[in-house]
Design a protein around this ligand. Structure first.
Ligand code: SAM
Ligand code: DTB
Ligand code: SF4
Length: 326
């Protein structure tokens, strides 16, 4: 039976999921996963930082903020040929989606002109496109939709309550406004967060509840484990217990049964067994390729070996459309 798609989760209900015995939570999440998706298929996206560093925002987790000294140097927007060369490599390696990230607070209209050309180029290679460029106006969102952008990534990152302790240069409402512009423009929404920033379980519960109670669930929900980068205020934090990360994946799966839940940043520091439990708990998407934006991701060979050991196959774009239509 297909689990109901709900938008009315209460704080108590979500907290109760986090409080379940681990095996009960995983059993339930795996059931929801199998009812909504082929159990052993994982969508793969490759990331490219098209504009690195020098960002005016002060996100405490981020190596690209100009407020911190992390060794990431500020670069200009990459040229079209260099981006397309990376996109071709990603396609050859087996990615179905190419995600372009820029360290902007909000792009200028002339930045959008250039990004439109990149999106058109990447699309013409037969890849799905995703971009994450910071806050957008509704006109900018419409332009990105018109040029064929398939997904826009814009994370809420944590609960509204905890947000102010992580970022002071924008508000939660700013994020929600951009997400509305993206949705209204008709794009697929990619929205998730980071765990392991010193937040409480209740902050994780509230982040996931906020996502699930949106009028439409994000099609893609990245769950990032904080990558601790020296020089950022969040480096040196106690590492999150792997079971708590897996729980967050499982609750995301239960709350958003038809969304792709992405096991995102942080895989470099996870062992295979933790990743395998994430897939069992309903994660069905990863970032694939040796680099995320500025930090390391597992080697593609290692990922393919893990898929082989687990009997997982990468999802092709046509299978993805089929899954969405079902
Ligand atoms: N500047 C745009 C923005 O903030 O929306 C787009 C790029 S930003 C790097 C995209 C996302 O990367 C953030 O929302 C955050 O979730 C994630 N991220 C950044 N640094 C991270 C870190 N050290 N560990 C885990 N996730 C991180
Ligand atoms: C998302 O949720 N995670 C990705 C992507 N969306 C843009 C970014 C992870 C960044 C990790 C730190 C870095 O490599 O700079
Ligand atoms: Fe800038 Fe995005 Fe990093 Fe925040 S997360 S500092 S907005 S690049």
């Amino acid at each position: 039976m297909q689990p109901a798609i709900r938008h009315d989760w209460t704080r108590e209900e979500v907290t109760a999921l986090f409080d379940l015995p681990f095996n009960d939570l995983l059993f339930r999440a795996a059931g929801v996963h199998r009812a909504g998706f082929p159990a052993n298929e994982v969508q793969i996206s490759t990331l490219l930082s098209i504009k690195t560093g020098g960002c005016p925002e002060d996100c405490a987790y981020c190596p690209q903020s100009s407020h911190f000294t992390t060794g990431v140097k500020a670069d200009k927007l990459m040229g079209k040929e260099a981006v397309l060369a990376e996109a071709r490599k990603a396609k050859e390696a087996g990615a179905s989606r190419f995600c372009m990230g820029a360290a902007w607070r909000s792009p200028k209209d002339r930045d959008i002109d250039k990004v439109v050309e990149l999106i058109e180029g990447v699309k013409s290679l037969g890849l799905e496109t995703c971009a994450t460029l910071g806050m957008l106006t509704s006109e900018q969102a419409q332009r990105l939709k018109a040029c064929g952008l398939d997904y826009y990534n814009h994370n809420l990152d944590t609960s509204e309550e905890f947000y102010g302790s992580i970022i002071t240069t924008r508000t939660y409402q700013d994020r929600l406004d951009t997400l509305s512009h993206v949705r209204d423009a008709g794009m697929n929404v990619c929205c998730g967060g980071i765990v392991g920033m010193g937040e409480d379980v209740s902050d994780r519960a509230e982040l996931l509840r906020t996502l699930a109670n949106m009028p439409q669930h994000p099609e893609s929900v990245p769950v990032n484990l904080l990558v601790q980068v020296e020089g950022t205020p969040l480096s040196g934090h106690a590492e999150l217990d792997a079971f708590d990360f897996i729980r967050a994946i499982a609750v995301a799966r239960i709350l958003m049964p038809k969304s792709y839940v992405r096991l995102s940043a942080g895989r470099e520091s996870m062992n295979e067994q933790t990743q395998a439990l994430c897939f069992f708990a309903g994660a069905n998407s990863i970032f694939y390729g040796e680099k995320l934006l500025t930090t390391a991701n597992p080697d593609t060979d290692r990922d393919m070996e893990l898929f082989k050991k687990l009997g997982i196959s990468p999802l092709t774009p046509s299978a993805e459309e089929h899954a969405e239509a079902a």
